[in-house]
Design a protein around this ligand. Structure first.
Ligand code: ASP
Length: 410
């Protein structure tokens, strides 16, 4: 625990150093771009490399630890409903807040902006079809997270059937070993976060100057206000009413995981610690090892708030007023977009492109916020993992109540 807090401190030092070195290099941004940024890219690549197998084995491990396919179905249903509802609340909070406070946003010049789009519009049926893999390895190669989750469910179910109810089935311990292995690999990579953060931030400051932070300070503030409001209103309500945990205790016990999420900007990277914290708060081991990896890829409330705020900010820079139906489209697209993208640093920007496209906003507007994305990302990742943990606690409490009722009837 002590080590984890010191990692956060290291990251802060890295951020401050990045700003200082970035300012020093403003005359020669190419040095930062050519010799510092590549190390940041290596760090990001390493996280992306381990995310696929980590989610794959942790979902299988979650499924087999429930020992019952029906239970997986019941828990899966509750989890998905919880995630969809809280994400919709998050986008609404983001949009409301940004609409109320948009008068504060700076109007930045938009001429000459460019941003390369890598995505196409979201289509529900296509998302559904794309969730099913047609090749065993391709999902890992393409980091197609939904396909990895679907594949893991099939493998987990098959293992449960093969085990024939035997507790000592050898493949179970093999999966747990592989799960532990990839968790460990992720931990090692996260130890490099301070270097990664420094190398990613320095070129941004060197290329744009420190004023890039200043002009976006108010947009950042609105996003953080949204993050805090969502956690305090929505998660406090769900963990206390459905999970029977006091909000104060919830946030206190979650603090180590929230700190790591803030510094690593990766939900998947925070998985091992998030499991520990949620279990301390009463989440069952089997439920959290299924709900949390699922949440790390399909549930991103912080990212949804960020998308709402950025969509309004970008629209106002381009002098566009969004209609109510456009805002509803944003709610829907942001909710769908968060499904199937792994919780790694910077994932939210890719989703923002989909959200902007869905309402016809100019995608090049992303260039206005992408420079300081890390600062938005740190906060939204905290919300993302806190939402996952709240779900594990709520679903565990609901399951316990169901079992008690069953026992009382029998
Ligand atoms: N970094 C976020 C996460 O890991 C995703 C995002 O970029 O919004 O949850």
């Amino acid at each position: 625990m002590k080590k984890k807090i010191s990692l956060t401190l290291q990251i802060f030092i890295a951020l401050v150093l990045a700003i200082l070195v970035g300012i020093l290099l403003t005359g020669n941004p190419d040095i930062a771009k050519n010799y510092i940024k590549p190390f940041g890219t290596i760090f990001l690549n390493l996280i992306k490399w381990v995310v696929g197998p980590l989610v794959f084995f942790s979902i299988i491990s979650g499924v087999i630890s429930m020992r019952d396919i029906k239970k997986v179905g019941a828990i899966g249903g509750k989890t998905v409903v919880y995630y969809l509802c809280t994400t919709a609340c998050a986008v609404i909070i983001g949009l409301l807040l940004a609409n109320l406070l948009k008068g504060l946003f700076p109007v930045l010049p938009t001429a000459g902006l460019s941003y390369e789009v890598q995505t196409t519009k979201i289509d529900f049926m296509q998302t559904l079809v794309d969730a099913f893999p047609s090749n065993f390895l391709a999902p890992f190669v393409n980091a197609a997270m939904l396909q990895i989750i679907v594949g893991a469910l099939f493998v987990g179910f098959a293992l449960l059937l093969l085990s024939g109810g035997r507790e000592d089935f050898k493949a179970f311990s093999a999966v747990d070993t592989l799960n532990g292995l990839f968790m460990k690999v992720m931990e090692i990579i996260l130890k490099l976060s301070p270097i990664g953060v420094f190398c990613l931030m320095t070129p941004v400051v060197a290329e744009n100057g420190p004023q890039v932070l200043g002009s976006l300070a108010l947009v950042l503030m609105v996003a953080y206000l949204g993050y805090i409001l969502h956690m305090v209103l929505v998660y406090s309500a769900t963990v206390s009413s459905l999970g029977h945990v006091s909000p104060l205790r919830f946030f206190k016990e979650m603090m180590p995981a929230m700190m790591l999420a803030f510094s690593s900007a990766s939900s998947v990277g925070t998985l091992p610690l998030n499991m520990e914290c949620s279990q301390k708060l009463g989440a069952d081991r089997d439920i959290s090892s299924f709900v949390l990896p699922l949440g790390a890829t399909i549930n991103m409330d912080g990212t949804a708030i960020y998308q709402g705020v950025c969509a309004i900010f970008i629209a106002s820079c381009f002098g566009i007023e969004l209609t109510l139906s456009q805002m509803l489209t944003i709610v829907l697209t942001a909710t769908l977009a968060s499904i199937g993208t792994a919780g790694v640093p910077g994932a939210g920007v890719v989703m923002l492109a989909m959200v902007l496209q869905s309402v016809g906003l100019p995608v090049e507007g992303i260039a206005l916020v992408v420079g300081v994305d890390r600062l938005f990302d740190m906060g939204r990742t905290v919300v993302n993992i806190t939402g996952d943990a709240s779900c594990a606690i709520v679903v565990s409490a609901l399951e316990r109540r169901k079992q008690q009722k069953k026992a009382a009837k029998a």
